[in-house]
Write a protein that binds this ligand. Structure first.
Ligand code: SAM
Ligand code: SF4
Length: 500
């Protein structure tokens, strides 16, 4: 059997990232970022309004433009920025919110990140890796009882959760057909959040049907990165992580997601880092990140940096950073997670596209569904701020005027990578998705919703149907409207998984 230390030695393939570097330099230049933030202080309101116009045309901003936004101090101008951010979200993604759930498969980890409960030195963590049978059981609850269609599957970095294990768990998840009152529910889209991998491993995951590949850089600031990822660990290699998405593209995985863990370093710097990352991917591969995440540090057991950091992000700055990302990379999806309390999530939702619900992050926690709600810090990575059930989240979203989309059609019809980027930038993806949102929402309401949620959801469906009919001949041809009505009736009669 392979030992942990011999496995560690084989993970990083220097030649797979060094070829992208300019000698010792990667595409994040800390001094340049600092200078840009400094140079663009006290921006003129007319300059900010011109930048907003550019974002509304769904064009990626330049680093100087983003730095100007970050330097706005006038509260009224911030209100205009929030309004613009909400307009962009509506223009690109309409009033849809996509929901998903995280599924933690293993909390073994060889790394020692100072902010994470899974770190090697946290001896109080109860370690567990799900067997494939257990993965199926968890999936059964998520797809059969709660009604999720989309997961983000999460793993610590360890030989026990290597690429082969990840591949096996993805296949196990796709294989589950869980009984529901009208038939069966299944997970149609498996995204993963896992450690950086080699091109060979990513090609294998592409082959078995991985959805989005998500890796957060945590902090783009080199010195802080070094401080919070102790040397000698796999994760201490900044560039192996920074170029994860380059390797993904090389492996044919063209649906990639980036993020920064806010609270490790200055939030303005991290927003600039995310922008540089998006620009680099656009330049090299013609495709930017499909989503950007901005998790904020939350308490974790035996994770000293969480208490110590002087960079904690306030709720006010959290809203600002999301707005600036929305304007800077206007085509991208933005994910707000259950780390945030419901109040904060609702506040930033007009700018975001995805959120999780019924979230449990203990390994094996969904199988205890209905029996145990208490969060145990020695069994999970950190504490979440919001454990509302999917039914409640869907109802509240409906009451706020949003349609919850369970659509996964885009990926299954090849609308990924360059194809989806062009549709998003031209505003055309929104119209496809509107139809699929209606159909999948109808399906979900019939299969999973409580009576109260169903009532709230029906109102939204009615409004959406009317909007589609009103825009017949403009956005949709009469044939498309007819087909929508036909699909809708078939779903009401019990057929499932019909999409455009
Ligand atoms: N082990 C893999 C890795 O590090 O890339 C998988 C990801 S880890 C299980 C998921 C993400 O959780 C990390 O990338 C980090 O951004 C976030 N995270 C870690 N500790 C956290 C904390 N205390 N509060 C909030 N998010 C945290
Ligand atoms: Fe391990 Fe990831 Fe946690 Fe770091 S963030 S300790 S790599 S699980």
């Amino acid at each position: 059997m392979i030992t942990e230390s011999s496995w560690i030695k084989k993970v990083i393939k220097e030649e797979e990232y060094k070829k992208y570097m300019n000698g010792e330099k990667d595409f994040i230049n800390d001094d340049e970022i600092m200078q840009k933030i400094e140079k663009n202080k006290n921006p003129d309101p007319s300059k900010i309004r011109n930048i907003m116009k550019k974002s509304l045309e769904i064009q990626t901003l330049s680093p100087d433009e983003t730095a100007s936004l970050l330097n706005v101090t006038n509260p009224l101008l911030w209100e205009e920025i929030y309004e613009t951010a909400a307009k962009i979200k509506k223009k690109v993604y309409d009033n849809r919110v996509v929901t998903f759930a995280p599924l933690y498969c293993s909390n073994y980890c060889v790394n020692n990140c100072l902010y994470c409960g899974f770190r090697r030195d946290n001896k109080e963590e109860v370690r567990r890796r799900l067997t494939l049978e257990e993965v199926k059981r968890e999936t059964g609850v998520l797809a059969g009882k709660i009604g999720h269609k989309r997961l983000i599957v999460v793993y610590g970095e360890h030989p026990l959760s290597d690429a082969k294990y990840i591949a096996n768990t993805i296949q196990a998840i796709y294989s589950v057909k869980a009984k529901t009152k009208n038939g069966y529910g299944s997970i149609r889209r498996v995204n993963i959040n896992a450690a950086p991998m080699s091109i060979e491993d990513l090609s294998m995951l592409k082959e078995i049907g991985i959805g989005t590949y998500q890796v957060f850089q945590e902090t783009y600031h080199h010195e802080t990165y070094k401080k919070v990822h102790p040397s000698g660990t796999l994760k201490s290699n900044y560039q192996w992580r920074l170029y994860s998405m380059h390797r993904a593209f090389e492996a044919g995985v063209d649906d990639v997601a980036i993020g920064a863990l806010f609270g490790l370093y200055d939030w303005k710097f991290e927003v600039m880092g995310l922008l540089y990352h998006a620009i680099e991917l656009e330049k090299r591969f013609g495709v930017g990140p499909h989503t950007v995440s901005f998790p904020r540090l939350t308490p974790a057991k035996n994770a000293p940096y969480v208490q110590k950091t002087k960079y904690k992000v306030s709720d006010e700055n959290f809203k600002k950073l999301i707005a600036v990302i929305r304007l800077s990379i206007p085509y991208t999806g933005l994910i707000v997670t259950a780390r945030e309390p419901a109040r904060v999530r609702n506040e930033v939702l007009p700018m975001c596209t995805q959120t999780d619900a019924s979230t449990r992050i203990g390994v094996g926690a969904y199988s205890l569904w209905g029996k145990e709600k208490e969060q145990k810090l020695n069994r999970q990575q950190f504490l979440i701020g919001d454990d509302r059930e999917l039914d409640t989240v869907v109802r509240e979203l409906s009451e706020m005027g949003y349609i919850t989309s369970f659509c996964t059609a885009g990926y299954r019809c090849g609308r990924t990578g360059k194809n989806i980027m062009e549709l998003l930038k031209s505003g055309k993806e929104g119209s496809f998705c509107k139809l699929n949102a209606i159909l999948t929402f109808r399906e979900w309401l019939d299969d999973f919703a409580s009576e109260e949620t169903k009532r709230a959801g029906e109102k939204i469906i009615k409004r959406e149907m009317e909007e589609v009919k009103k825009s017949a001949t403009r956005a949709y041809s009469p044939q498309v409207v007819e087909e929508l009505e036909n699909y809708y009736k078939r779903i009401k009669n019990g057929e499932r998984d019909l999409y455009f």
